[in-house]
Ligand binder design. Structure first.
Ligand code: ZN
Ligand code: ZN
Length: 277
């Protein structure tokens, strides 16, 4: 029997805040959310930005009334990575189980998420939703196995910290490295090590090199740095991710061409795009 491919779909690619304005909708206005579907058909979700709302609706449709076992990995707790959670429909069915994982051990993940989804910010607390919930930190230096995928978190340079993830499944390697600023020699080499020989590298590219000069310390990188990493770590394919709210479709199209001159197999991540590998 032929092995089914690994699939990856972008549900939200925008950084900082959703931008539902017409000039941005070609690449998309929803914030960070990426789905990896293993050959078994099980999904792993990375981040719960506003893009997770549409993914939740789609997962409920696919489940067709059967229980859902959701595995959600969070990079960190800035708004643009958790703001879709209250609108993630699988949370509201007693049949479902949602497991929250993170490689970030600075604060208890359950406290942080329950603190966000509570009154007066939202009428239903995360501690009251119908789905069963589980919270787990993956300690630095270890991996965890979910749906035949091996997920290895690694620390990244970002205000309050963020975890990147290396995902190995069916002989393929996907690396999710958003909310990362280059320039810390130790953490730069941690990223290079984890991204080595990846089939797909999804990398923070919020700024142009010129914009970066006035945004040092904000926790984000440039398309040029992302392209250099992809080259150095021999990635096969690079997706520029976490687009700045001010970068409209025309701007991102031009930027993609510039980045391709440095690393030819570069794409600007686009909401709704699905790839097979
Ligand atoms: Zn972010
Ligand atoms: Zn952040």
């Amino acid at each position: 029997m032929a092995t089914l491919p690994v699939r990856l779909k972008f549900w939200g690619v925008r950084g900082s805040t959703p931008t539902p304005q017409v000039e941005n909708l070609g690449f998309g206005g929803n914030t960070s959310c990426v789905e990896i579907v293993a050959p078994s058909g099980e999904s792993l979700i990375f981040d719960a930005g506003s893009g997770i709302r549409n993914l939740g609706n789609e997962m409920m449709r696919r489940a067709a009334g059967e229980p859902l076992n959701v595995s959600l990995f969070l990079t960190h707790y800035h708004w643009d990575h958790i703001q879709g959670l209250p609108f993630f429909v699988p949370l509201f069915s007693p049949k479902n189980k949602v497991a929250f994982y993170t490689g970030l051990d600075s604060r208890p993940v359950q406290d942080v998420l329950e603190g966000q989804m509570s009154k007066p910010y939202f009428p239903i607390g995360l501690d009251q939703v119908a789905a069963k919930r589980e919270f787990q930190v993956i300690p630095e230096g270890s991996s965890m196995s979910v749906a035949n995928c091996t997920v290895t978190p690694f620390p990244m340079n970002h205000p309050q910290g963020a975890a990147g993830y290396r995902i190995e499944v069916a002989g393929k390697v996907i690396v999710y490295a958003t909310d990362y600023e280059h320039g810390d020699p130790r953490l730069d080499s941690v990223l290079l090590d984890h991204a080595r020989n990846s089939d797909v590298l999804i990398c923070d590219a919020q700024y142009t090199p010129a914009e970066y000069e006035t945004h040092r310390g904000w926790g984000h990188s440039t398309w040029l740095n992302a392209a250099s990493i992809a080259k150095s770590c021999c990635a096969k394919r690079l997706f520029l991710f976490h687009h700045d709210p001010t970068h409209d479709d025309a701007f991102l199209t031009a930027l993609e061409a510039e980045a391709q001159a440095v690393f030819p197999n570069t794409h600007v991540a686009r909401e709704g795009r699905e790839i097979e590998l």
